[in-house]
Design a binder for this molecule. Structure first.
Ligand code: CS2
Ligand code: MG
Length: 402
C-alpha cells in the first residue's frame, strides 16, 4: 500500500511570508498545501510540525475525507484559524497527490469544468479620488470585468486597502503599525467616491467595495442604502462577522449584496448566514477553511440557498491556495467571483504555478494535480521575517476592528 513517508513544513518570505506543507508518498509523489495565516505564520508551522506531521506518517494519502475527519475530530479542540489552516494544508496536499496519481487536474476530480475560466475581481486604489479613477482605468485596460475600489479617507492616514508604491501589502511591519480610523469620515466620504467611479467609468463592469469589518449593523445598513445607486456587486465584510444577527438588520434596510467570510473558518461559522439567507456571497478560502474538502461542503450548502462563492484571494494566500481555489471555482455550480490581488514579483521565483490570467479570468492548465511546484533553492534566498497586520484605533485612541 502507498503511504505517506514524510511531510515538510516550508517557511519562506519571497516579498511576504508563506508557509507551505509538502507531503511525500512511498511512491515518491509529492503534494503541496498552503498553510499561511497572515501575521501568525509560525503558530500554524508549529501545529503542523509538532502535532500533525507525526500523525500523517504511514497513512494512506488516498483517503482524503477520512484524513479530514481524523484530524478535525481527532483534535478534540474544534475550528479556529490555526487548526483549520493546518488541516487545510494537509487536505490540499492530498488532493494534489491524488491528481498527480490519477494524471488529472484537481478540477476533474471535483466533477470537471462547469465553466471556461473563473471571473476575477482585481483591486483598484489610490491615495485620492483622481488616483483611484486612474487605477480603475488601468484595471479596465487589463481586461478586468470586476474591480474593487478603495481610496484613503481624507484626514485618516493609512486607510486599509490602498496601495503604497504601486502595491498593497497589509502585513507591512515587524510589529503592528497602528492606524487611525474615523467611521464618521468614512461614511461621509466613501459613497461619493464610489459614485465618482461610476460617473467616470460607467456601469459596464462589476464594482466591489471592502468595508473591512469597520461598521456597526446600523451604520452598515445606512452605507448599503447610500450606495444602492452605484450598483455594487457586493459590500464586503460590512460588520465583524462574530455577530451574525447584524446581517439580519442590514438585510432589512438595503438590497446591496453582502459578502462575508474571509476571517471565518468552518461551515458552522456560516451555517446560519447561509440557511437564513443573510448573505449573498460566501467569501471563504481553501487555506483558512479546512481545505478543498471542507470549502466544497460549504459551497454546496450555500448552493441550496442561492448563495454564491466569492473566494478570498489576497496576496497572503499563496499560489498553492490560488491554484486550489481556481480548481474548485471551475468545478462548482454556484461560483460567483474570485479575488485576484496578485503577488510581489519574487513570489514566482519560489512558486511555479500554471494558473494564468487572461481577459478578466483565471484558468489552470491540464497539468495533473494543482499545477504548482515549489523551488527550494529559490526559497532559501527568502528567509522568514516577522510581519504583522496593522491595528486600527479610533481618533480617541481606543481600539477598533482593523
Ligand atoms: C482583504 C485582505 O482581500 C481582502 O479582501 O480584506 O487583504 C485582508 O486584509 C488580508 O487577507 C488579511 O490577511
Ligand atoms: Mg476583505
Amino acid at each position: 500500500m502507498t503511504v505517506i513517508t514524510h511531510a515538510e513544513v516550508l517557511v519562506a518570505s519571497p516579498g511576504r511570508n508563506f508557509v507551505t506543507l509538502r507531503v511525500t508518498t512511498s511512491d515518491g509523489v509529492t503534494g503541496l498545501g498552503d498553510a499561511t495565516l497572515n501575521g501568525r505564520e509560525l503558530a500554524v508551522a508549529s501545529y503542523l510540525r509538532d502535532h500533525l506531521v507525526p500523525l500523517l506518517i504511514g497513512r494512506d494519502p488516498a483517503r482524503i475525507e477520512d484524513m479530514w475527519q481524523y484530524l478535525y475530530r481527532g483534535a478534540y479542540w474544534r475550528r479556529g484559524p490555526v487548526t483549520m489552516t493546518a488541516i487545510a494544508a494537509v487536505d490540499t496536499a492530498l488532493w494534489d497527490i491524488k491528481g498527480k496519481v490519477a494524471g488529472l487536474p484537481v478540477y476533474q476530480l471535483l466533477g470537471g469544468r462547469s465553466r471556461e475560466g473563473v471571473m476575477v475581481y482585481t483591486h483598484a486604489s489610490g491615495p485620492d479620488v483622481p488616483a483611484l479613477l486612474d487605477d480603475v482605468a488601468r484595471a479596465k485596460e487589463l481586461g478586468y470585468r470586476a474591480i474593487r475600489a478603495q481610496t484613503a479617507v481624507p484626514g485618516v492616514a493609512g486607510t486599509y486597502g490602498v496601495k503604497k508604491n504601486g502595491r498593497y501589502e497589509p502585513a507591512n511591519a515587524s510589529l503592528p503599525e497602528e492606524q487611525p480610523w474615523s467611521t464618521e469620515d468614512y461614511l461621509r466620504f466613501a459613497p461619493s467616491y464610489l459614485a465618482a467611479v461610476r460617473e467616470t467609468h460607467g456601469f459596464d463592469f462589476h464594482l466591489l467595495h471592502d468595508v473591512h469589518h469597520r461598521l456597526t449593523p446600523l451604520e452598515a445598513a445606512r452605507f448599503g442604502r447610500a450606495v444602492e445607486e452605484v450598483d455594487l456587486f457586493w459590500m464586503e465584510d460590512p460588520t465583524p462577522a462574530e455577530n451574525q444577527e447584524a446581517f439580519r438588520l442590514i438585510r432589512q434596510h438595503t438590497t446591496t449584496p453582502v459578502a462575508v467570510g474571509e476571517a471565518l473558518t468552518s461551515i458552522w461559522d456560516v451555517q446560519h448566514l447561509i440557511t437564513e439567507q443573510l448573505i449573498d456571497y460566501v467569501r471563504m478560502t481553501v487555506v483558512h477553511s479546512g481545505g478543498i474538502t471542507h470549502l466544497r461542503r460549504i459551497f454546496d450548502l450555500a448552493a441550496l440557498y442561492q448563495v454564491r462563492s466569492g473566494s478570498h484571494g489576497a496576496s497572503d494566500l499563496s499560489p498553492v491556495s490560488q491554484a486550489a481555489a481556481v480548481h474548485l471555482d471551475l468545478a462548482i455550480a454556484n461560483f460567483g467571483i474570485q479575488e485576484h490581488m496578485g503577488y510581489p514579483d519574487e513570489v514566482a521565483d519560489v512558486f511555479h504555478s500554471h494558473v494564468q490570467y487572461a481577459d478578466g479570468a483565471l484558468d489552470v492548465g491540464d497539468v495533473p494535480g494543482l499545477g504548482v511546484e515549489y523551488d527550494d533553492d529559490a526559497a532559501a534566498r527568502y528567509p522568514y521575517e516577522p510581519r504583522y497586520l496593522p491595528v486600527a484605533r479610533r481618533l480617541d485612541g481606543s481600539v477598533h476592528d482593523w
